[in-house]
Design a protein around this ligand. Structure first.
Ligand code: NIG
Ligand code: FE
Length: 423
């Protein structure tokens, strides 16, 4: 049982409205209240301190006139890796493309080579500082994909590392199996051989050992074709996993259509989504996953038609895509900034997508807003209003973070960290 807290002297509360089909999306409510009561890690009351009946076991915490939003939710991330790839970053600076580097055995295969040689304990230790920083920047729930193992034992090791991190760290990690992130070199000319491993070895084991809630795939020209994606994702569904796709990122292959057809949680990246796929998304429960940090980092020439999707009533979710190859950034504040600048969304839309939209893309309905019954995952901002968050960029505007009602960040710094600083 955690301590009961009454957060008082709050100057503004931004509570994204829950998704309701047929109702306008992207609304932020601003309850006229200066206090939030937290009991057992949940929000239990929102109102004015003056109306709060004094209770001896409730500790009052003066927020000092700052504002509060829900904890940010990063629904798409690859935070576990065995080494950084700044050498490829330099190669891209000199003109090589992401696909060229990947084609030459770099990219994801580079990360896989390193991860296969790294033990679970080391993986956990080197990931903790990134999680601390994500938390300091306001993230309270983070998806964590495997996908740098690319062989059964290494994929399992990665998912076990994610499980270990989830137990050690206040962030909630939502584990996703991404064994279909690439084809290992030895299977480049034998796709069926690797797919056989995925569907007959890896997926059954991941499901049996409860190591992931969803299965993702890199559905892209030169990686997993539509038919291959369908085979892998059907196997995942048969084993009770939810599905999601890296879709239409570098070419208009049709991954979004497949996502809708198969009932995926989200179709992510979607720079090359076509009009037909937009219509399909609009009539589905599949979210559009927006990853502007990767678009920026890869200098993508084409951006997803976000305004059109918003106008069609599509639920968009925002994430960092944190990974060493295409988005070396664990800050959701930066994702919000780049969402506004590159994808021309408003600050309110960015906040909605980074909270309740992201929660929906992860199929979580206990977080993403501020209302009684939701988890007390809360960020206290130094910002005067929510426009400041994407506007004043490249710095941390977080003052405090409460995770399940426990203060885990104060003055922008992690309290009680078990790790040092990441590179
Ligand atoms: O989401 N597109 C594929 N996967 C990652 C990149 C992973 C990497 O380069 O290591 C992405 O951008
Ligand atoms: Fe990704």
């Amino acid at each position: 049982m955690t301590e009961s807290l009454l957060l008082t002297n709050i100057s503004w509360i931004a509570a994204p409205a829950r998704f309701e089909r047929g109702k306008p999306l992207y609304r932020i409510n601003y309850p006229e209240a200066d206090s939030i009561l937290i009991e057992d890690g949940m929000i239990s009351w929102i109102g004015d301190e003056a109306d709060f009946p004094e209770q001896p076991d409730v500790k009052h915490v003066n927020i000092g006139g700052l504002g509060i939003t829900p904890g940010l939710i990063d629904f798409h991330a690859h935070p576990v890796f065995a080494g950084t790839r700044e050498n490829e970053f330099e190669m891209r600076t000199r003109g090589a493309s992401y696909s060229e580097i990947a084609g030459a055995g770099g990219g994801i295969l580079n990360s896989a080579g390193k991860l296969q040689k790294t033990d679970k304990k080391t993986l956990i230790e080197r990931t903790l500082p990134y999680l601390d920083r994500a938390l300091e920047y306001g993230t309270t729930t983070l998806e964590a994909k495997s996908g740098y193992g690319l062989e059964t034992n290494s994929e399992i090791k990665m998912l076990q590392a994610i499980q270990g991190l989830d137990e050690k760290h206040p962030l909630d990690l939502i584990p996703t199996f991404l064994g279909a992130h690439e084809f290992p070199l030895e299977y480049r000319n034998n796709h069926d051989g690797y797919i056989n491993l995925l569907i007959n070895q890896m997926i059954p084991r991941v499901a049996e050992e409860n190591l992931a809630v969803a299965c993702d795939i890199f559905c892209e020209k030169g990686v997993y074709s539509l038919e291959e994606s369908r085979t892998v994702l059907s196997a995942a569904q048969k084993h009770g996993l939810a599905i999601k796709l890296h879709a239409d990122q570098l070419s208009p292959l049709g991954g979004t259509r497949l996502a809708v057809e198969m009932g995926a949680l989200s179709a992510d990246h979607i720079e090359y989504i076509d009009d037909e796929s937009i219509e399909l998304l609009a009539n589905s429960n599949t979210a559009a996953g927006l990853l502007p940090v990767a678009a920026h980092f890869l200098r993508m020439e084409q951006d997803p038609p976000v305004r059109k999707m918003i106008e069609k009533g599509i639920v968009c979710a925002l994430a960092t895509d944190f990974n060493p190859g295409s988005a070396m950034c664990e800050s959701m504040q930066m994702a919000m900034h780049l969402g506004v600048i590159r994808f021309r969304i408003t600050a309110e839309e960015a906040l909605w997508m980074a909270t309740i939209g992201s929660a929906r893309a992860l199929d979580l309905d206990d977080r993403g807003s501020i209302e009684p019954g939701m988890l007390a995952d809360l960020v206290v901002w130094r910002s005067e209003n929510i426009s400041m968050i994407p506007y004043h960029f490249g710095i941390n505007q977080v003052e405090k973070v409460f995770k399940r009602g426990v203060l885990v960040v104060d003055k922008g710094r992690r309290i009680g960290a078990v790790s040092g600083a990441a590179e």
